[in-house]
Every structure is written in C-alpha cells, then in structure tokens.
Ligand binder design. Structure first.
Ligand code: HPA
Length: 306
C-alpha cells in the first residue's frame, strides 16, 4: 500500500517537474524592464470620485454578480490599449465599476487564460490593473473539478491554499520593484481573516461552504484519471485552469486575496464519465445564485469591517 502510494507520489512529482520545464519555457526568456502596465492604467479614466476598494473576478458561468452592482461605469477590454481579451465562450470581456452593498467595487467580468496562448504576464495584467486602480482586496471566483467524492458538483469551496507548481509563475523574469519584492511570502496566500468572514457569511445565509486546496493546471484538456489521481495524492481537492497565478501576482503587490470556487464536475478519478465545457457552464450558472448571495453578504461584512 505504502509502496504503491510512494510510487504514485514519485510519479506525480516527476510529472510536475517535466510539465514545469515544458510549460515554463516560454516564460523563461528575460522580460523587458519597461513594463507597460502604467500606460494601461493611465488610459483608464475612472468616473470622478470613484475609487474601487474591492476587486471581484467572475469565473465562467458566474456573471450574475454583475447584475447586482449599482453600475457607475463599464469599460470593455477591447477599448483598453494592449489589453488581453478572452477568446472563450462564456467569458465576457469588461470591467464593471460600481457599488455592491454600498461598497465601491471593480468587477473583472471575464478573464483570460494561459491555454488561450497568452503569457502568464498577460494573464495577470487585468488583476494587476484592479490593484493599481485601488483594490486592496480581491475576491477570485472560479469553477473547478472535484477530486473528492464529498465535494459535489454545485458545492462552493473556500480556497484555503493552492498548488501552482504545474504552471509557469507569473513573477518569473526581471522583478518589477515598483509592483513588489522579488521573493513573495505565500504562507497566507488566501487571507485567513477574509476566509473567516466568508465562512461567517455562509453561516448567516445557511449556505454549505467547504474548505479546500485548489490546483491550477494549464488546460485546456480536462484531466485524465491518472492525472486527477496524481493531483489528489499531492494534496489538491479541486482543480481548475485559473486563479493561482492571479493570487501570486496580487500577493506580490500586497493585495489580500479571497478565493471561492464552484465545483462544476467530478474529475475522472471519482466519476469515470468525464466532463465538458457545457456541463461546467451549466452547473456554474445553477450554483451562481448561491455564489451571488454569498459574495454579496461577504462584501457587505467586509464593508462594515472597514
Ligand atoms: N478540470 C480543470 N478545470 C476545470 C474543471 C476540471 O475538471 N472543471 C472546471 N474547470
């Protein structure tokens, strides 16, 4: 039993190293020191007097949060120069600024992914912009596959940690000292006090909320049974194609992060049928109503704490 488990772990680690080498290559080239983030920020004109405090990233199928915002302004990603826009069905491409529960927020309605061919630096540009525009806290939402029988499709999970070792780190390359320090402490990547606030909000609303470790993979393929088994043996509960890289970029800038995932499907280590993008979107949409109520209650509590 032990030998089998150790063997599996060794295989998983070897797989990690190989994948890291393969997918990290593109990002290993030295980056230009003159990073155009500031130019992008300067091109965004916020309505007078509006300064977002909380950023919220809407994962696929989770756009309903945008309908709850008292909108002050929207900006299409297409109207921002040198800005990545999503090529994926179900992902909008706009910032929404406004008030949620009286708190000034900026929503990223649609994100871009590494599997679309963007560099990791491009993938994290939108969250960096949110931080530059004033967000001191960012709530990242996503959909995920579950590698545990007790994390069912439709469940919401408070992300308490992540494994990002299988994707290129967005901070590889010359450090931009204006953004943050070279070496980033990730011991409290998903802020423990924000997680407490989220759990209190879930209790208030009587919404069941699990806690789990999120693993980011590149996608766009869903997992094979062996991959899902390997990730579970490494300590991951749920898996997805986003989020951890954004958390890294935000922690680099000193922004507090809260991560909430909507389980949309079982991975094939639990249920052999596998999944599809349609299934992911449909389940996320159904669970979206629960997610909206939870995020609203959490933002309200965060507003009262400040
Ligand atoms: N795997 C990876 N990413 C995902 C999944 C999955 O099963 N479901 C939703 N996003």
């Amino acid at each position: 039993m032990n030998i089998k488990r150790n063997g599996l772990l060794l295989l998983a680690v070897a797989f990690c190293c190989l994948s890291l080498t393969a997918c990290g290559q593109k990002d290993m080239e030295p980056k230009k020191a003159e990073y155009n983030l500031q130019q992008i920020v300067d091109s965004i004109k916020l309505k007078d007097g509006f300064k977002p405090e909380i950023g919220i990233v809407l994962g696929s199928g989770l756009h309903a949060i945008a309908d709850e915002v008292e909108v002050v302004q929207t900006i299409s990603y297409d109207d921002i120069p040198v800005f990545p826009n999503s090529t994926v069905k179900g992902h909008e491409g706009r910032f929404v600024m406004g008030y949620l529960e009286g708190v000034p927020v900026i929503l990223m309605d649609g994100r871009v992914h590494y599997y679309e061919g963007y560099s990791m630096e491009e993938v994290v540009t939108p969250v960096r912009i949110m931080a530059k525009l004033g967000a001191k806290t960012v709530i990242l939402t996503n959909s995920s596959g579950s590698m545990r029988e007790d994390f069912k499709p439709g469940d919401l999970v408070c992300i308490n940690d992540h494994i990002a070792s299988l994707v290129p780190n967005p901070l590889i390359g010359q450090n931009d000292d204006k953004l943050g320090e070279r070496f980033v402490n990730m011991s409290n990547a998903y802020d423990s006090s924000l997680r407490e606030t989220l759990h209190k909000a879930a209790d208030t609303l009587k919404i069941e909320l699990k806690d789990g470790v999120y693993m980011q993979v590149t996608g766009p393929t869903f997992e094979t049974p062996a991959e899902a088994k390997a990730y579970a043996s490494l300590g991951a509960d749920i898996v997805g194609m986003s989020t951890a890289c954004e958390t890294i970029a935000l922690r680099h800038m000193g922004v507090k992060v809260l991560g909430v995932s909507c389980v949309t499907n079982y991975c094939p280590n639990v249920e052999s049928a596998g999944t599809s993008h349609e299934e992911v979107q449909n389940v996320a949409k159904q669970a979206g109503e629960k997610m909206v109520r939870l995020i609203k209650q959490t933002v309200k509590a965060m507003g009262q704490e400040n």
